[in-house]
Design a binder for this molecule. Structure first.
Ligand code: CP
Length: 305
């Protein structure tokens, strides 16, 4: 089901397929990430034409832990600076590697890469709607910390229009039976119509609000996201909306003591450092789980698990 399949959108996966990924991740964690070198002799390429810390480095770590070699496209040092197209660049990587992980600011880049490449392609985030491996990590983190995803009350806060991690996470939640999703954003950063349509079609109980206070006492999970400065067509609009929310320890004192705060990171000023040392903090756990989840994913896609 996973072998040699391109990973483009979380929507392409069934709940059972995601549960299988999570089970493989459980085994990897039980073995403290030491599962031998099943990818000895394989090469994984990363083609990141947009900055990244966690996604690129955790994919690289995951591939190396499985025994693969990793080659990284450095866009500013590549012949893309001479005008070579992304398509030709991908063709080269496809000749050199067994698997390509792509990140791009452009909508649809991962699907395009999958069409160009014979080897499997994994979407490390493209455009404003899809970051499927982040959603897999987010769902796995919740399952690990809460023991379940079903029945939870989940708030997603921040930039729900341009934030691809938020959109993919919400799409991922629709694969499970959560109790309610709170969509908390300034009105101009409300989710796109296609996401709202999906929630309605799937009969998900959701509340759309600008007011976090309304939700905070009921939440099991608060998924905080950054306002995506780099995706605003108008910088003045960003300046108006930045700082709309700041999650602090004081604000969370009204929440359930079992609340877990997630954030795909990087954070800027929407999540105070004073939350870091509280039991609410789950975002560094989430980032750390990126390695075993991506190990499971690479292993499944390359057919060794
Ligand atoms: N969460 C995430 O995608 O982080 P990076 O942009 O650092 O990869």
């Amino acid at each position: 089901l996973w072998k040699f399949r391109d990973v483009i959108s979380i929507l392409d996966y069934t709940r059972d397929e995601l549960e299988h990924l999570f089970s493989v991740t459980d085994v990897i964690l039980e073995r403290s990430l030491d599962v031998g070198k099943p990818l000895d002799g394989k090469i994984v390429a990363t083609a990141f034409i947009e900055p990244s810390t966690r996604t690129r480095l955790s994919f690289e770590t995951a591939a190396k832990r499985l025994g693969a070699e990793v080659i990284n496209l450095e866009p500013h040092l590549s012949s893309m600076t001479k005008g070579e197209s992304l398509t030709d660049t991908l063709r080269m990587l496809d000749d050199y590697a067994n698997l390509i992980v792509i990140r791009s600011p452009y909508e649809g880049s991962a699907k395009h890469a999958a069409d160009v490449c014979e080897h499997p392609v994994i979407n490390g985030g493209d455009g404003t709607q899809h970051h499927p491996t982040q959603a897999m990590i987010d769902l796995y983190t919740i399952r690990k910390l809460k023991g379940r995803i079903d029945g939870l009350e989940v708030g997603v806060l921040g930039d729900l229009k341009y934030g691809r991690a938020a959109a993919s996470f919400i799409y991922g939640l629709t694969k499970f039976n959560v109790k309610r999703i709170w969509l908390i954003s300034p009105e101009p950063l409300s989710p796109r119509p296609e996401l709202m349509d999906r929630l309605k079609r799937m009969n998900v109980d959701f509340v759309k609000t600008e007011n976090l206070e309304e939700a905070v006492e009921d939440l099991d999970i608060l998924y905080v996201t950054r306002i995506q400065k780099e995706r605003f067509p108008d910088p003045a609009e960003y300046e108006k909306l930045r700082g709309s929310y700041v999650i602090t320890k004081k604000l969370l004192s009204r929440a359930s003591e079992d609340l877990k705060v997630l954030h795909p990171l990087p954070r800027v000023d929407e999540l105070s450092n004073d939350v870091d040392d509280t039991p609410y903090q789950a975002y560094f756990i989430q980032a750390k789980l990126g390695v075993p989840v991506r190990m499971a994913l690479i292993g499944l896609v390359l057919g060794v698990f």
